[in-house]
Design a protein. Structure first.
Length: 298
């Protein structure tokens, strides 16, 4: 991404402006602030978490299991040049630069809720492009049914990979209709800035109706396939983490309830809030799972 600091709106101004917009219906369709990402009707009007909260409270086990480990240890990750291999059942396989997949002119602002499987949540203003457009560029073949994703494996740059807590590299997957849904994006920025290393630079997946671990970071490969791909957490603990991982307050994790969540930054007396089905995106995505037993396909 060819970003300049002169394009960035100060965070305090961004936050106050978003709060103002949330309470003013007449301005709800106003253009995005910060970098030149186009505003999106898919954005929530909830106030985003602060930049410090978003970038200092992360799960990114490639850099350690603590919430502050990614911010502490991801700084040396080399994110440019960076290419993503797109292969499998596509007409135009190849190695695509981030600037080709997500050019400046195509960036959209998507303010999304994020719900972690650990029962905490945030609201994050991403910049990115619909994954559907990226897959269309590669030319999806008729027999493709799933999309597999893979993260960089480099223990020298990612010290958390020296511990075999996961069978590295990290892998994730979506059904093709999930990948093609307009809510699904590849993000290359947040808060009008280039995506920080600890948040999955230079390019990551964001699927807002699923638990956060589905939104794989620092992607190096996307593969179209006709078979359901293996995913890291399902392979590690299949009783606890399913392939679909849709946010569902009616299906608890075996070790804790998923009925409520703690909003990061809410403060000591912020309490908990009810978790919404599909993280509040049911109107847009429930149809993808019509007739499915969501307790079985969790």
């Amino acid at each position: 991404m060819k970003l300049t600091w002169s394009q960035v709106t100060p965070q305090a101004h961004y936050l106050s402006r978003r709060v103002f917009l949330a309470g003013t219906a007449a301005l709800a369709a106003a253009p995005a602030f910060g970098l030149a990402g186009k505003a999106s009707p898919y954005s929530t009007d909830e106030a985003p978490n602060s930049f410090d909260e978003i970038t200092n409270y992360n799960n990114f086990y490639e850099f350690g299991t603590g919430k502050t480990d990614p911010a502490q240890y991801a700084g040396n990750l080399k994110t440019a040049p960076w290419s993503v291999a797109i292969d499998g059942m596509v007409d135009r396989p190849g190695s695509y630069g981030v600037e080709d997949l997500a050019p400046d002119s195509a960036l959209e602002e998507r303010i999304y809720r994020l719900r972690c499987v650990e029962a905490w949540s945030m609201v994050i203003p991403w910049l990115g492009v619909p994954l559907a457009g990226v897959l269309a560029k590669a030319g999806v073949q008729p027999g493709a049914k799933y999309v597999a994703f893979r993260t960089l494996e480099d223990p020298e740059q990612m010290p958390g990979q020296r511990a075999r807590i996961i069978d590295w590299p990290y892998r994730e997957g979506l059904r093709l209709d999930e990948a093609m849904h307009p809510l699904t994006i590849l993000a290359t920025g947040l808060y009008g800035k280039v995506l920080p290393n600890q948040n999955g630079a230079p390019i990551r997946l964001v699927v807002p109706w699923k638990y956060g671990f589905k939104s794989i970071k620092s992607v190096v490969a996307i593969t179209l396939t006709d078979k359901q791909p293996p995913t890291s957490w399902q392979a590690l603990q299949p009783r606890e983490y399913g392939f679909y991982a849709n946010v569902n307050p009616q299906v608890d994790h075996p070790r804790w309830s998923q009925a409520t969540e703690r909003r990061v930054g809410a403060g000591l007396f912020g309490g908990r809030q009810e978790t919404l089905m599909f993280n509040g995106y049911a109107d847009q995505v429930a149809g993808l799972y019509a007739g499915m037993d969501l307790r079985k396909f969790y």
